[in-house]
Write a protein that binds this ligand. Structure first.
Ligand code: TXA
Ligand code: MG
Length: 325
């Protein structure tokens, strides 16, 4: 297979073509509101195996199953009653629910776990693809394992275009960070990964919600690996007033900052995530900014802390994993 075709995701013929590829066991990269996914028929173990190969993803890392409505979610997972209010409020949207799986889901999807992660994406092309294929899609982010997640079709093409069948181009992803992963298995609801639905919003429905406290490497949610979402160029997080990280003489340093920074001129490249300081806008721009900075052969990257509330929690989570060496 050569370089895969990129087709416009709003073209119904492209959706039909992508759906046929899925039904025949192929792989399609498609836009969601969070990041681009690399989709395969969730009930086809061979197709899902190819997803692991293309991503070079360890087989112990389970994959999210994407559905087009809450009803079909019940075919793949056994949802406790508290899921109803969560689905009503957050689906379609960036909330993934982990629940006991049904027999329809092959073990390769869940890395052998008895639980499955399910979400309904909030993107017309993703929903059209699932409906047209008449399949649930097992889809991790469409990047090589460990690297920054793609928020534009070009990011996907750069990394894996020669190994997949089609890329549906839906422009930039609106949310820009992956879904929040919430476990509804055993005891109280527990956040396994910070993401597009902030914990404050979950608390409005659930009251209190716990955070996973297991060791960083526990395979239950390997998106929690301490090093992940990582640029090739080393990245350090500092508070905005900290001058120690500023570029030395002759050093080419890239800066990732929320709003305009008064020492910006000292940097070889500057990415302002949101001139108005909006954490929502910053999340949407985060990964594309990291791709640009990482393509510039800089000596190192400096990222300024952002406030840790709302989407700032997911932004800081991704930056910390990117900076871990
Ligand atoms: O927004 C998203 O969630 C994107 C788009 C494409 O939907 N997908 C995504 O997939 O981020 P991925 O594979 O990059 O991350 C999936 C996360 C991982 O942290 C994985 O460990 C966790 O979901 N996960 C999947 N199944 C699980 C399960 N049964 N139990 C616990 N965690 C699970
Ligand atoms: Mg990922």
């Amino acid at each position: 297979m050569g370089t895969s075709k990129i087709r416009n995701a709003s073209d119904p013929a492209a959706i039909e073509e992508a759906a046929a590829i899925i039904r025949h066991g192929g792989l399609v990269a498609f836009p969601t509101e969070t990041v681009y996914g690399l989709g395969a028929d969730a009930c086809d173990p061979l197709a899902v195996a190819r997803v692991f190969e293309v991503k070079q993803r360890p087989r112990i890392d389970p994959i999210i199953v994407h559905v087009a409505d809450a009803d079909s979610a019940h075919a793949y997972g056994c949802f406790p009653h508290e899921a109803d209010a969560l689905m009503a409020r957050f689906w379609p949207g960036p909330l993934t629910l982990v629940v006991p799986k049904t027999g329809l889901i092959p073990p390769i999807v869940t890395a052998g776990l008895e639980t499955v992660a399910i979400r309904m994406p909030d993107h017309p092309a993703a929903l059209a693809l699932i409906r047209s294929a008449e399949r649930a899609l097992a889809a991790p982010s469409a990047n090589r394992f460990g690297y920054v997640s793609p928020t534009e079709a070009g990011h996907v093409a750069e990394q894996i275009s020669d190994q997949i069948d089609l890329i549906l181009d839906g422009g930039r992803c609106e949310v820009g960070v992956e879904s929040t992963v919430l476990s509804l298995v055993g005891g109280r609801p527990c956040i396994l990964r910070a993401g597009g639905v902030p914990p404050e919003a979950l608390r409005e429905i659930l009251g209190n919600v716990e955070w996973s406290t297991g060791p960083q490497s526990r395979p239950e949610a390997p998106g929690q690996l301490s090093r992940h979402y990582a640029t090739r160029t080393p990245l350090e997080i500092v508070s905005e007033g900290d001058l120690r990280a500023e570029p030395g003489p002759g050093e080419r340093v890239g800066l990732l900052t929320l709003t305009v920074h008064r020492h910006a001129a000292r940097y070889a490249a500057v990415e302002v995530l949101s001139p108005s300081g909006s954490l929502r806008e910053a999340a949407a721009n985060l990964f594309a900014a990291l791709y640009r900075l990482d393509s510039m052969q800089l000596d190192r990257l400096v990222a300024h802390h952002v406030p840790e509330h709302g989407l700032g929690i997911a932004i800081m989570d991704r930056l910390r994993r990117c900076s871990a060496r």
